[in-house]
Write a protein of this length. Structure first.
Length: 381
């Protein structure tokens, strides 16, 4: 049963359930997912005496240090016993020996994630998924890397791709969700067993309270997590996000700035800091943060809209136009930039351009509203 002192249920803690269910639907297994099925007899033998197997494999690797097959066998043994740090130098050697071997890239990416190096794992796993979009294990770990880097939108897209591969049968989907919901509950119980000294326990409590719209409790739990691990940028980031969400703007600014001090390339912290600064009527400072976010990650779509708004608020109309137009290219269904462009062109005395943008705003806004107003289903006997 779930530890009620943790105040978590599998229904309430959406982020854990999301991870576990998405893995289930794709056939992946979280944590140490196996890449190839070994014969059952060999697995049993390894479980009985893995130490002897490792000693023998280490001797073989020492005798044949450039034999990919021998090195991969030793990597598989290390991975089974959770010794991912020992796998890394072998996998790096294998990448040098077989630079086009996607299996090696995948294993190296996964083991880097397991050893706490999500950023270093990211590009490897991206390469594997780009080469084979059907590779669900690589996609799953790619999603985990995005989560570890506070890039939730990209993580969600990865997990959505996995979920899209799920069977269409309603019964099978139902039991997969039900079964992995139960697994989620067990995982949360294990997390709770780590106790009050675990910053992750406080973080998951904070996320739970956030989902329950209990901002004071959420922020207190995030603050406890930060006290335990003040060196982790991701904790300052989630605390800053919670403060921003609940209109504690000064505190949010401080936490996002601390995130950036610890992780200068944390583009989401730059982006959210820019958004908070816009709310504080500091568009010049906000523009610098949006520019920093875009420089680090040009694919951050909303960064261009934020930058366009910041430039508009400074009266830098000509500079705002290309940013807003680029955003329109990336998010063509959003009506927002058209209204901003309408305002800009009016101020620049470009009436034809202004009218065109106003028309586009109305068209897209009406389309968006119509999409939200779904017709009620007919009553049938």
């Amino acid at each position: 049963m779930i530890n009620h002192n943790l105040c978590i249920s599998p229904q309430g803690c959406g982020f854990v359930l999301c991870l576990v269910v998405s893995a289930a639907l794709s056939g992946s297994v979280p944590a140490r997912a196996g890449r190839q099925q070994e014969p059952a007899s060999r697995d049993t033998h390894v479980r009985k005496d893995p130490a002897k197997q490792i000693v023998a494999a280490e001797a073989a690797a020492a005798a044949r240090p450039n034999d990919p097959k021998v090195l991969l066998q030793l990597v598989a043994l290390y991975d089974r016993t959770g010794e991912f740090k020992k796998s890394l130098p072998l996998l790096e050697r294998l990448v040098h020996l077989q630079p086009d071997n996607l299996e090696v890239h995948q294993r190296l990416g996964i083991d880097r994630f397991h050893t706490g190096h999500a950023l270093e794992a990211l590009e490897l796993l991206r390469t594997v998924v780009h080469a084979n979009p059907e590779n669900m294990e690589a996609t799953f770990y790619l999603g985990l890397c995005y989560l570890a880097l506070d890039r939730e939108d990209e993580a969600n897209r990865a997990f959505d791709r996995e979920a899209a591969k799920a069977p269409a049968d309603a019964d099978e989907l139902y039991f997969l969700v039900k079964g992995y919901s139960r697994l989620s509950s067990s995982m949360l119980s294990r997390l709770a067993d780590l106790g009050e000294d675990s910053y992750r326990v406080h973080q998951v409590r904070g996320e739970y309270y956030d989902l329950q719209n209990a901002p004071e409790q959420a922020i207190k739990e995030y603050e406890k997590a930060v006290e335990l691990r003040p060196d982790l940028p991701s904790l300052h980031y989630v605390l800053g996000t919670a403060c921003w969400k609940h209109s504690q703007l000064e505190k949010a600014v401080a936490e996002f700035r601390r995130t950036i001090e610890l992780a200068p390339n944390h583009f989401m912290a730059h982006y959210k800091l820019g958004m908070v600064l816009l709310e504080q009527n500091a568009p010049a400072e906000a523009a610098k943060e949006f520019q920093a976010a875009i420089a680090i990650e040009p694919g951050i779509v909303n960064g261009y809209l934020g930058l366009g708004k910041a430039l508009y608020q400074q009266g830098r109309y000509e500079a705002a136009v290309p940013q807003l137009r680029h955003y329109i290219e990336l998010a063509p269904e959003d009506a927002t930039p058209h209204y901003l462009l309408f305002q800009i062109y009016r101020r620049l005395n470009k009436d034809d351009n202004a009218q065109e943008q106003l028309n586009l705003f109305k068209q897209k806004d009406e389309k968006a509203r119509a999409g939200k107003l779904k017709p009620m289903p007919e009553n049938r006997p």
